[in-house]
Design a binder for this molecule. Structure first.
Ligand SMILES: Cc1ncc(COP(=O)(O)O)c(C=O)c1O
Length: 396
C-alpha cells in the first residue's frame, strides 16, 4: 500500500499530462498538422552551438576524476562563473559560496523549501502560478497560501501584506511568469522588499527564474538582487539553454540575506539528503564554459506573435506576454473552464485550464509548437469564437 498523501496526489495528478496523452491520441487519428496541442511547455529550440562544442571538447579531453563525487554544492569553478555573472549584472559582490549547483529549478526549489520550512509554515504564492509549487511546498510539510494578482497579473502588495501571518516563511515570485508571461517591474520588487523587512520575522523571497532569458520586445527584467534583501534565486538552464532533460540549475543566496551562512550550508546539505547529491558533473563543466550563452529566442517571439494574433483576431482577450513560453488567454464570460476546454477540443484545440494555475476564467496555451501548427490553428480559434457567438476582430 502506498502512502495516503501520494494516493491523494495521484488521484488529482497532472491535468497537463492528461492533455499530452489526449494530444497524442488525436494526432494518430487526424495527423500532426491538424491537432493544435498547446498544452505542454517543452522548449523546442536547439541548444546553442557553444554547448555542443563544450560537450565535445570535454568528452575528447577527459581529466582524471572528472566523473567522481564532488562537494555537494558543485565545482568551485562553476559556482565562481555563476557568481561572477550575477555580480556583473547586479553590481553586488557575490562569492562562489552563495551558489549551490542543482538538478534544475525544481531541485533548487525543493532544496530551498526543505532548508527553511518547519511543519505548517506558510508559503505565499501569487496566482496564477506554476502548479508544481504546491507539490514542492507540501513535500516539506509547508502550507500553500494563494494570493491573487490583478487583471494584468500584477501582484497586489496590499493583498500580499494581508496574507502574512507569524507562520509566513516565504513568498515565491516567478517573473517572467508561467503561465502569464508577465514581468514584474522593479517598483514592485522594491516595495515588496520594503514591506517584508518591516515584518518582525524573516520572510524569504524565493525568485524562481527559469524564464529569465526568454524575453520579447527587448523587455528588461529587473535584477532581483538589486531590490530584495532576503533573497534566494532558483535558476535553471532548462529554458535558457534548452536543456530540460539534462537537469542543471542552481540556488543563489543573496549576500544581503540575514541568514546567509546558515542558508548556504542548509541548502548544500538538502541538495545531498534530498537525493541529488550534486548536480551532474559534465553539465557543470559545460555551463562553466558557456556561462553567457543563451538560446536564440527569435523563433519563440515569432510564434508568440502568431498565436497572440490568432487569439485576438478571432475576438478573444489576452495580455500579451513579455517573456516565457505561454499565453494566458481570458475565457469568455459565463463559461466554466471545463466548458471552454470542451468547446476548444471539438476543434482539436488543446489548452490547459486556468484553474490548474489557481486562476479560473483563463486558459494557458504554450507557443513552443511548430509555426505551421500555429498557422493551421487560426481557423480553430475562429471556429470556437463562432460557436460562442463572439465577434471576430479581423478576417480569417
Ligand atoms: C515556473 C517554473 N518553475 C520551475 C520549473 C522547473 O524547471 P526545471 O526544469 O529547471 O526543474 C518550471 C518548468 O517548467 C517552471 O515553469
Amino acid at each position: 500500500m502506498i502512502a495516503k498523501k501520494i494516493l491523494n496526489k495521484l488521484a488529482g495528478s497532472s491535468e497537463i499530462r492528461k492533455m499530452f496523452e489526449e494530444g497524442n491520441r488525436l494526432k494518430t487519428i487526424y495527423g500532426e498538422d491538424h491537432v493544435f496541442d498547446f498544452s505542454i511547455g517543452n522548449p523546442d529550440v536547439e541548444p546553442p552551438k557553444e554547448v555542443f562544442d563544450a560537450l565535445i571538447d570535454i568528452a575528447n579531453n577527459p581529466v582524471p576524476g572528472m566523473h567522481g563525487y564532488m562537494s555537494n554544492n558543485g565545482y568551485e569553478s562553476t559556482r565562481k562563473a555563476v557568481a561572477d555573472k550575477r555580480s556583473a549584472e547586479s553590481g553586488i559582490a557575490i562569492a562562489p559560496g552563495a551558489v549551490c549547483m542543482t538538478t534544475g529549478a525544481a531541485a533548487a526549489m525543493n532544496d530551498t523549501l526543505h532548508s527553511i520550512l518547519d511543519d505548517e509554515d506558510e508559503v505565499i504564492v501569487l496566482a496564477p502560478f506554476f502548479m508544481e509549487y504546491t507539490g514542492y511546498i507540501e513535500n516539506h510539510n509547508g502550507k500553500v497560501v494563494i494570493v491573487d494578482t490583478d487583471d494584468d497579473f500584477m501582484p497586489d502588495l496590499t493583498k500580499i501584506s494581508e496574507a502574512i501571518t507569524p507562520k509566513t516563511k516565504a513568498i515565491i515570485i516567478n517573473s517572467p511568469n508561467n503561465p502569464s508571461g508577465v514581468v514584474y517591474p522593479a517598483s514592485f520588487l522594491k516595495n515588496l522588499n520594503d514591506m517584508l523587512i518591516r515584518q518582525d520575522h524573516v520572510i524569504h523571497v524565493i525568485a524562481d527564474e527559469p524564464y529569465i532569458d526568454l524575453i520579447y520586445d527587448n523587455t528588461e527584467v529587473p535584477c532581483v538582487l538589486k531590490y530584495i534583501d532576503n533573497l534566494i534565486i532558483c535558476f535553471s538552464w532548462s529554458k535558457s539553454l534548452s536543456l530540460p532533460g539534462e537537469r542543471i540549475g542552481y540556488t543563489l543566496v543573496s549576500p544581503r540575506h540575514k541568514d546567509y551562512d546558515d542558508l548556504t550550508n542548509a541548502i548544500t546539505l538538502s541538495n545531498r539528503t534530498l537525493g541529488s547529491v550534486n548536480a551532474p558533473a559534465i553539465w557543470q563543466r559545460v555551463i562553466e564554459r558557456t556561462i553567457n550563452a543563451k538560446v536564440d529566442t527569435s523563433s519563440y517571439e515569432r510564434r508568440r506573435n502568431l498565436l497572440y494574433s490568432n487569439i485576438i483576431d478571432a475576438g478573444f482577450d489576452a495580455v500579451k506576454p513579455s517573456g516565457a513560453l505561454y499565453i494566458f488567454m481570458k475565457t469568455p464570460k459565463g463559461l466554466t473552464d471545463d466548458e471552454f476546454k470542451s468547446i476548444c477540443a471539438v476543434q482539436n484545440l488543446l489548452i490547459v485550464k486556468g484553474a490548474s494555475f489557481a486562476k479560473p476564467g483563463y486558459a494557458r496555451l504554450a507557443f513552443c509548437v511548430s509555426e505551421q501548427t500555429i498557422l493551421n490553428s487560426r481557423r480553430a480559434f475562429f471556429a470556437v469564437a463562432e460557436e460562442l457567438k463572439i465577434e471576430h476582430r479581423k478576417e480569417l
